[in-house]
Write a protein that binds this ligand. Structure first.
Ligand code: PGA
Length: 251
């Protein structure tokens, strides 16, 4: 059985005050979350505060990006060992916003995946097609290419140590969620693609859905066979909403 994972992606949001309030709200409400593993991926400057508040709770934390380098003259970058030093468990890799606004190629994303693993972090690898790509009928081609790049670079067993997040770009922050059927179709494709390299990795790796997941649609999405939780942007910024999404995985 794959334990569902619900990970918050705070993106570039928050202040010391709002982060403190959000973390307090999460800690206070965790009793209602029965089944899912819960994590928050915070902007780097807030990670020390997140660690201070969440250490000793069931909530894990992580970063939103990682350098391919472990240390050195790379101004502005944050390395895997730095994230690990603050007890990060997860790191988001290859989010579509980084692919689009920071020109992250499939190859760079694959390198980041291995840098994360080298530091002992669990990468959450984001894949997904744009609206143009979906309308052109190339969703599987795009998602397959994004996955294959990481499998080729890291090997299927290392991919199996991470988490995959299917995030259709057209559903991110738009309020337009993929229907459960649309999402399940791509999740099943992702699992089949991985199964071509390793049946056991395909059976055990968690594949999250991301893109306007919220308290109203989370339960139905998470009921799909191949959806093992969510990567939550907007709805992860309010404790009540995020906890509602997390408890939608209760079984
Ligand atoms: P959203 O973002 O939930 O705000 O659509 C999800 C994500 O980008 O990870």
């Amino acid at each position: 059985m794959r334990q569902p994972l619900v990970a918050g992606n705070w993106k570039m949001n928050g202040s010391r005050a709002s982060v403190a309030e959000l973390l307090n709200g999460l800690k206070a409400g965790m009793a209602r979350v029965k089944t899912a593993e819960v994590a928050v991926c915070a902007p780097a400057v807030f990670i020390p505060a997140v660690q201070a508040e969440l250490a000793g709770t069931p909530i894990k934390w992580g970063g939103q990006d990682v350098s391919v380098h472990a240390s050195g003259a790379y101004t502005g970058e944050i390395s895997g060992p730095m994230l690990a030093d603050f007890a990060c468990h997860y790191v988001i890799i290859g989010h579509s916003e980084r692919r689009a606004y920071h020109a992250e190629s499939d190859e760079l994303v694959a390198n980041k995946f291995s840098a994360a693993r080298a530091a002992g972090l669990v990468p959450i690898l984001c894949v997904g097609e744009t609206l143009d790509e979906r309308e052109a009928g190339v969703t599987e081609e795009v998602v397959g290419r994004q996955l294959d790049a990481v499998v080729a670079h890291c090997g299927i067993d290392v991919v199996g140590e991470g988490v995959i997040a299917y995030e259709p770009v057209w559903a991110i922050g738009t309020g337009k969620t993929a229907t459960p059927e649309q999402a399940q179709e791509v999740h099943a494709f992702i699992r089949a693609r991985l199964a071509a390299a390793s049946r056991s990795v395909a059976d055990t790796v968690r594949v999250l859905y991301g893109g306007s997941m919220n308290p109203n649609n989370a339960a139905e999405l998470m009921l799909q066979d191949d959806i093992d939780g969510g990567l939550i942007g907007g709805a992860s910024l309010k404790a009540t909403d995020f906890l509602a999404v997390c408890s939608a995985a209760n079984r």
